[in-house]
Every structure is written in structure tokens, then in C-alpha cells.
Write a protein that binds this ligand. Structure first.
Ligand code: LLP
Length: 378
């Protein structure tokens, strides 16, 4: 491997992305299913282009993301817009392009969208985001469906908000939206969600309320421990978990997967700047840090790491750390790696989701660049 490669850099394996999209498309081949890619996971144009090719819609959370989706060629009707804090400008912009759906998170937001749509003389298609109070059994920071979270409308307040949505001008209530959390690796929470949705639909029907779409959000996790063994998530088991969800005649079921689609196709390439022998520890100080990949610092996430430059070297223990002035700027503690030398290239796996999109310029650093994996190998 060439240690002159410009680092840190994101390497995207577009062939793996294509295979992942094919697996997803096969597993979700149901005429009632629509998958919207959660763009917050990765908004790199080369990734978006391929996702658009595969025929997915897109789930956005800001005016900036909607703009990027339009630039990437997604049809406005295939874009949904979520988020607890949509600004007036973002709502106006989304309405002006004819967005597919707003996922509305609160009563005051609903009222605001109604006012803006009425002023513009248009009707806003909306789904109400419901907080289903289900424990997704994932990291505290990425659990979103418990009633203590800021997201969605509490089940106890839902009837009143649905009634309001049906009477407000400029609002077309199309569906209900749910999202229980991210990096969910067991099917059970999705099954429980399906049952809760069945109960809710039945109770709304008793009141004469029906929905055109149900959106179950995203959340399917990936294998961070063995990315090379399991590069493609088990989409089949994921979609099977929703088989109990009783869709009504003509009703669509929407999914918003992010991580499961792009997580494994991205790796972060970083160069070893120094190997520092401490008293108790040896530090491999690399040129990537929490500015390029914040997941270890923010969630204690562990990403698989390999030494590309010295795969046959004698194994030793290292703390792999970045150059940022924060103790949490650590990729791994007591990690066994083949001997690491100054100039070696390390590859940090499973960085395709919430890697590049969460990069920052802290310490006045430059944002990371990205290339196709084939360019690196070639
Ligand atoms: N839909 C909604 C409403 C969401 O809030 C999210 C993610 C998704 C869909 C996509 O979830 P996914 O399929 O990617 O799990 N930065 C964190 C993850 C934050 C997830 C935020 N919401 C991380 O690096 O683990």
C-alpha cells in the first residue's frame, strides 16, 4: 500500500453498495412497500447517485438535505421531511418544491405548517410522528421511541392531534410515522412496533379515521464487530419482522433505512503519525480523529480496525488515538494489531453511516475528502 495516499480519506466501496441495494430491493419486493433512504447517514453525491439509481426515495431532516436530494435528482414526491425543529423557511421551501410528506413531530409544528400552507394556497401532505414508547435496546443516545424522548407525539396526546390535523386548513393527513431508534440488531422491537400499529389502526378505525400510509422509520443495525464477514445486513429478517403488521387495502408501508444501506460501504483510511511508547501503553497516533469519525467519542462505538501496511507483523497492543485535543478522541483501547509503524495505513471499517456526515472542523481542521475504493486500490 502506498503510504503517500492523502489521508484521512473516506473510501467508498460502490460495488458493495450496489450489492447491498440489490439485497434490500429483493427483500422489500412488495408492491405496498416504499423505502426512503435516511440521508443523514451519508449525503455524499456518489452515494446518493447510486441510491437514486436503485429507485429509493429519500428521508431528509433539513432544508439543506432537501436541496441535496433535489440536486441528486430525486423527485420531490419521493422526498419526506422529518425533524423536531423545522424552520419557517424550510417549511416554505419544502412546500414550494412539492415535497412528498412532512413527518410532523408536535402540535405547534402542525399549526405552523397549516398557517404557512394556507398563506401559500397549497395543501401540505403530512404524517404524524407517534412516539410508540418501545425500548429499542440500543445506545441511550440513539433510542428515540421512548416517551421520555423529545421525538414524536405521545400516544396519550395522539387522538387530539389527529382530530386537529383533520380540521386544520392546508393539511392533508396521510399517515402515521414511527421510529424507535437506530442500530437495532434484534427483530423483537420491530415486531412489537407492528403489533402496536395494528392496535392503533383498529382504534382509529372505530372513530372513522383511516390512513393512506404507515411509516415505520429506520433503525436496522449492522455488524460493527465483523464487517468483512457480514458486509450486508439481514434485510430479509428485518422485513419479516413487519409481516404481522396488517396493512389495509391500498395502504403503503414506508421504511426509512440509513445505516443498514450505507454503513459497511464506507471505511476511513488514516495514516499513523507517531507510535508513542508510554509507560503502560503504546499509542498509535493517527491523522484521523473525532473530527472525521465522531462515533467512538460520542457513543463509545467500536469500529473494526486493520493495519493495511503490515498485515503479517507481530501482534501488539495499542491504543489507537487521534490528534484532537480531547481525551475522548480515541478509536480503540488495548487493541491487538500487527506491529504499527510510523507511516502505516490503518483502515477503520463500518464508517459509511454517520461518519462523513458528522465530520466537523473542530481544531480548524479541514473536512475529510472521499474517493471510490477502486481509485485507491487502482
Ligand atoms: N428515521 C428517523 C426518523 C430517524 O431519526 C433516523 C435516524 C432514521 C430514520 C435512520 O435510522 P437508521 O436506519 O440509520 O438507523 N448518529 C448516530 C445515529 C443517529 C440516528 C438518528 N436517526 C450513530 O452514529 O449511531
Amino acid at each position: 500500500m502506498n503510504s503517500n495516499s492523502k489521508t484521512p480519506v473516506y473510501l467508498y466501496d460502490l460495488e458493495l453498495l450496489r450489492n447491498t441495494l440489490n439485497a434490500l430491493t429483493d427483500a422489500s419486493a412488495n408492491p405496498s412497500y416504499r423505502v426512503h433512504y435516511a440521508m443523514k447517514a451519508n449525503a455524499n453525491p456518489m452515494i446518493l447517485a447510486q441510491i437514486k439509481e436503485a429507485g429509493l426515495g429519500v428521508d431528509t431532516v433539513s432544508g439543506g438535505e432537501i436541496r441535496r436530494a433535489i440536486e441528486a435528482g430525486f423527485a420531490p414526491k419521493s422526498i419526506v421531511f422529518a425533524g423536531v425543529g423545522k424552520t419557517d423557511e424550510e417549511i416554505q421551501y419544502a412546500l414550494s418544491i412539492g415535497i412528498g410528506c412532512f413527518n410532523v413531530e408536535s402540535l405547534p409544528e402542525l399549526i405552523n405548517i397549516s398557517e404557512i400552507a394556507s398563506q401559500l394556497g397549497v395543501v401540505a401532505p403530512i404524517a404524524l410522528r407517534v412516539n410508540p414508547n418501545i425500548d429499542a435496546h440500543t445506545h441511550h443516545y440513539i433510542t428515540t421511541g421512548l416517551s421520555e424522548n423529545k421525538f414524536g407525539i405521545d400516544l396519550r396526546q395522539l387522538d387530539a392531534v389527529v382530530d386537529k390535523a383533520r380540521e386544520l386548513p392546508g393539511i392533508d393527513l396521510q399517515g402515521l410515522h414511527f421510529h424507535i431508534g437506530s442500530q437495532v440488531t434484534i427483530a423483537e422491537p420491530f415486531r412489537i412496533l407492528s403489533q402496536r400499529i395494528n392496535e392503533l389502526q383498529t382504534s382509529f378505525e372505530k372513530r372513522g379515521v383511516t390512513f393512506r400510509s404507515i411509516n415505520v422509520g429506520g433503525g436496522l443495525g449492522i455488524d460493527y464487530d465483523n464487517p468483512q464477514v457480514n458486509p450486508i445486513p439481514d434485510f430479509k429478517s428485518y422485513f419479516d419482522a413487519f409481516s404481522e403488521l396488517q396493512l389495509r387495502e391500498g395502504q403503503e408501508l414506508h421504511f426509512e433505512l440509513g445505516r443498514a444501506i450505507v454503513g459497511q460501504c464506507g471505511t476511513l483510511l488514516t495514516k499513523v503519525l507517531y507510535v508513542k511508547e508510554g509507560v503502560d501503553k503504546t499509542f498509535a497516533i493517527v491523522d484521523a480523529g473525532m473530527t472525521e469519525l465522531i462515533r467512538p467519542a460520542l457513543y463509545g462505538a467500536l469500529h473494526h480496525i486493520v493495519n493495511l501496511s503490515n498485515p503479517q507483523g507481530a501482534e501488539r497492543l495499542y491504543d489507537v488515538v487521534g490528534p484532537i485535543c480531547e481525551s475522548s478522541d480515541t478509536f480503540a483501547t488495548d487493541l491487538t494489531l500487527p506491529e504499527v509503524r510510523r507511516g502505516d495505513l490503518l483502515r477503520i471499517f463500518s464508517a459509511g453511516a454517520y461518519g462523513e456526515t458528522m465530520a466537523s472542523q473542530y481544531n480548524s481542521r479541514q473536512l475529510p475528502s472521499s474517493i471510490r475504493l477502486s481509485e485507491f486500490e487502482g
